[in-house]
Design a protein around this ligand. Structure first.
Ligand code: LLP
Length: 428
C-alpha cells in the first residue's frame, strides 16, 4: 500500500530514478520529490469529488510542503491554497496563485496580520469572536466577504496533537454560538458567505469525516434558516490519511467522495441552500507519499541495543520523534532483502529521542548503506529546523527520468545571517 518501487538492480527508486544514483549525485541527507505522484494524487481527489459535485475545489493545505516547485505544480493543476499564516499567503502569491484562490485560516491572528491578508485581497476565514471584532476595527467591513471556522464537535487524528475538532480543540467557534456570530458579523457590516471546519489530520477511517460533514451541515443549515446568510461555499478542511505502514489500508477516495458529497447534497436540499461550492483542504494526501528522505548509514553500533546511525535527525524529519509516527524504512541499495534482525535507526542529533525507528525488522545493514525513509513529503521539510546548528538539507524534484535541484542545502553562513552580536562583545 506504500508508494515504493524496486528496480531490476533491487534498488529502491522514486519517479523512475534509482535512489542510489540520486544520492551519489546530490549527496545525503536529501529530500527527493516525485512530481508525477503529486499530480496523480491531486487529480485522484479532484476527479473523485468533481464527478459527484460540479462546484468542487481543492484548497491544498500548503503547510504540508511549501517548496516553491511543489506550489507551482499544484498551481498548474488548478488547485487553490489553504494558508494558515501571512508567510503562507506570501508564498502562495509568490508561486502565482491569484488572491481569489487563497483562503486564510489563521488561529490567534494579530491585527497587522489580518491587515496584510486583507490588503492582499485574500479572503479571511475567521476563528473567533475576538478576531471578528478586531477585524471590524481595522478594515471597512462594508460588504466584505468572510467565513467562519466552526468546531463541529467531532475530532479525529493520528495523534492527540493532530485532533482539531471536539471539546479540547482551540479552533473555531462553537455550534451553540454560530447563529449569533453570523448575526453579529452582519450587524458589523460584513457579508458572511462561508463556513469551514477541519477535524484533524491523518485520518484513514471515513466515519469521522461523515459525522463531521453532517454536524457542520446542521450548523450551516441552522445559520441559513435563522439569518440572512446565503452560503457561497462550505469548506470541510483536510485530514485525509495515507498509509504509513505497508499493512495499513488506503482511503478509498472514490467511495469517500461519493459518501461525503451525498451527505452534502442531501443536506443542501433539505435546507434549500442552493448549490454552494464544496471545498476540501487536503495536505498530506497530495504530497505525503510523493517524497523520500534519503540518508546514509555511517555507524553500526552494537551497544545494549543495535543502533544503525544515519546522517540526518529530527532536525530534518521531526514526525517520528514528535508524534512517534511510523515511517517505513527501506535499505535503498538492498531493497528486496528480507529482514533478519530488529534494530534502532538513530539520527545524529544529540538527544535520545532522535530515532527514526525503534526495534524495526530490517535486512543486515552495513556502514555506507543508503536508507530511504518513505512518506516524507508532508510535514517533513516544512517542520525541519536548524537544531544542533545543522544547516537544512537539499531537495530534488524528479520528473520524466530527470532530477533537478529545487532547494540548495543551507550553508554554515545561513545559520547566522540574521544574528547581530553587539559591538561590545566583538573581539577586535
Ligand atoms: N486545513 C486546516 C485548517 C489544517 O489545519 C490542516 C492541517 C489541513 C487543512 C491539512 O490537513 P491534512 O490534510 O494534511 O491532514 N504536523 C502534523 C499534521 C498537522 C496538521 C495541521 N493542520 C503531522 O506531521 O502529522
Amino acid at each position: 500500500n506504500l508508494n515504493l518501487k524496486i528496480n531490476e538492480k533491487k534498488h529502491a527508486e522514486i519517479g523512475g530514478i534509482d535512489c542510489n544514483d540520486i544520492a551519489s549525485e546530490f549527496g545525503t541527507p536529501l529530500y527527493v520529490i516525485d512530481e508525477e505522484r503529486i499530480r496523480d494524487n491531486y487529480n485522484r481527489v479532484y476527479n473523485a469529488f468533481s464527478k459527484n459535485y460540479k462546484n468542487f475545489k481543492i484548497f491544498y493545505a500548503c503547510k504540508a510542503n511549501t517548496n516553491l516547485a511543489v506550489m507551482r505544480i499544484l498551481e498548474s493543476e488548478g488547485s487553490s491554497i489553504d494558508a494558515v499564516s501571512t508567510g503562507e499567503v506570501y508564498t502562495a502569491l509568490k508561486s502565482g496563485f491569484t488572491s481569489d484562490r487563497i483562503l486564510f485560516t489563521g488561529n490567534n491572528v494579530r491585527d497587522d496580520e489580518m491587515d496584510y491578508v486583507h490588503n492582499s485581497n485574500v479572503r479571511i476565514n475567521v476563528d473567533s469572536i475576538s478576531q471578528l471584532k478586531r477585524l471590524a476595527k481595522i478594515i471597512n467591513p462594508d460588504g466584505y466577504k468572510i467565513s467562519f471556522r466552526v468546531n463541529p464537535n467531532v475530532g479525529a487524528g493520528h495523534h492527540k496533537h493532530c485532533i482539531t475538532g471536539g471539546p479540547m480543540s482551540k479552533f473555531g467557534i462553537m455550534e451553540e454560538e454560530a447563529v449569533e456570530v453570523y448575526k453579529l458579523a452582519i450587524d458589523l457590516g460584513f457579508k458572511p458567505v462561508g463556513m469551514h471546519s477541519h477535524i484533524g489530520s491523518g485520518i484513514l477511517n471515513p466515519e469521522p469525516f461523515k459525522l463531521a460533514t453532517e454536524a457542520m451541515m446542521k450548523i450551516a443549515g441552522n445559520v441559513f434558516e435563522n439569518t440572512d446568510v446565503d452560503f457561497e461555499f462550505l469548506d470541510f478542511g483536510g485530514g485525509l490519511g495515507i498509509p504509513y505502514k505497508p499493512e495499513e489500508p488506503i482511503l478509498d477516495i472514490e467511495n469517500f467522495a461519493k459518501e461525503i458529497t451525498s451527505i452534502y447534497k442531501g443536506k443542501l436540499d433539505e435546507y434549500g441552500m442552493g448549490k454552494p461550492d464544496l471545498y476540501i483542504e487536503p495536505g498530506r494526501y497530495i504530497v505525503g507519499d510523493a517524497s523520500y528522505l534519503l540518508t546514509r548509514v555511517n555507524t553500526v553500533k552494537q551497544s545494549y541495543r543495535k543502533f544503525i546511525g544515519v546522517d540526518s535527525g529530527f532536525n530534518t524529519l521531526l514526525r517520528p520523534s514528535m508524534y512517534e509516527s511510523y515511517h517505513h524504512i527501506v535499505v535503498a541499495n538492498k531493497a528486496n532483502e528480507k529482514a533478519v534482525e530488529n534494530v534502532d535507526v538513530a539520527g545524529n542529533v544529540c538527544e535520545s529521542g532522535d530515532l527514526f525507528a525503534r526495534d524495526r525488522p530490517l535486512p543486515k545493514i552495513d556502514e555506507g548503506d543508503l536508507i530511504a525513509i518513505l512518506n516524507s513529503g508532508a510535514y517533513a521539510f516544512s517542520m525541519s529546523s536548524q537544531y544542533n546548528s545543522r544547516p537544512r538539507v537539499a531537495e530534488v524534484l524528479v520528473n520524466d527520468g530527470g532530477a533537478e535541484l529545487i532547494r540548495e542545502k543551507e550553508t554554515y553562513e545561513d545559520l547566522y545571517t540574521k544574528q547581530i552580536v553587539p559591538k561590545r562583545l566583538l573581539k577586535d
